[in-house]
Design a protein around this ligand. Structure first.
Ligand code: GAR
Length: 216
């Protein structure tokens, strides 16, 4: 097998997407390995899982640092572990534009909406308030604007009558755990080409379509 890409995963909280990525890398055929999990929060729940999995962890607090200084500290922690791809997985700090540019097309994020709809926070509440019948999640390359950048993969789920935010979030999160490892695989294999605001991917597309309500 060719050399695996070395990935840093940045988290702020429970880290379930980080966990999905770590679990994917347990397949020896997977083209990437997680070399470090970095958090801006010392009490991020996901850190315990990473430590238990034998993965190096770093705490890079944002408190007391301006955005550029925090970006520089993150960059140093990433490079210290030799990573050349970065996955944001529930990393809830706005990143320094210089950091984003330095990692252009090597910095990936997962977001719990079908971008470009519902950027920012409270995406599930926004989707329910808008009355959409289909919601979902997106994995994308990061640009300086919040939740913007070329889309690598998306998954859609139905919104059901009476859904609570928690129910919709759980349905979407299950899909995040499916498409983030898939998107990282495609990027690590060099199959994702960025053309302007879009990506071109040499992979078979999903067949069929999702309609909600489904037709009888
Ligand atoms: C995930 O739903 C992720 O999409 C979202 O935070 C959650 C983190 O969960 N990220 C964003 O909203 C970024 N804009 P996790 O810590 O269990 O992976």
């Amino acid at each position: 097998m060719t050399t695996r890409r070395k990935v840093a995963v940045l988290i702020s909280g429970r880290g379930s997407n980080m966990r999905a990525l770590v679990e994917a890398t347990r397949d020896p055929g997977y083209p990437a390995s997680i070399v470090v999990v970095i958090s801006n929060m010392a009490d991020a729940g996901g850190l315990d899982f990473a430590r238990g999995a034998g993965i190096a962890t770093e705490i890079v607090p944002h408190r007391g640092l301006d955005r550029a200084a925090h970006g520089a500290a993150l960059d140093a922690a990433i490079r210290k572990h030799g990573a050349d791809l970065v996955c944001l997985a529930g990393f809830m700090r706005l990143l320094d534009p210089g950091f984003v540019e330095a990692w252009r097309d090597r910095l990936i994020n997962v977001h719990p909406s079908l971008l470009p709809s519902f950027r920012g926070l409270d995406t599930h509440a926004k989707a329910l308030a808008a009355g959409v019948k289909i919601a979902g999640c997106t994995v994308h390359f990061v640009r300086a604007d919040v939740d913007a950048g070329p889309i690598i993969a998306q998954a859609a789920v139905p919104v059901r009558d009476g859904d609570t935010e928690a129910e919709l979030a759980a349905r979407i999160l299950a899909q995040e755990h499916r498409i983030y490892p898939l998107a990282l695989r495609l990027v690590a294999e060099g199959r994702v080409r960025v053309e302007g605001d879009r990506t071109i991917i040499g992979a078979p597309d999903a067949t069929g379509s999702l309609a909600n309500p489904s037709t009888p």
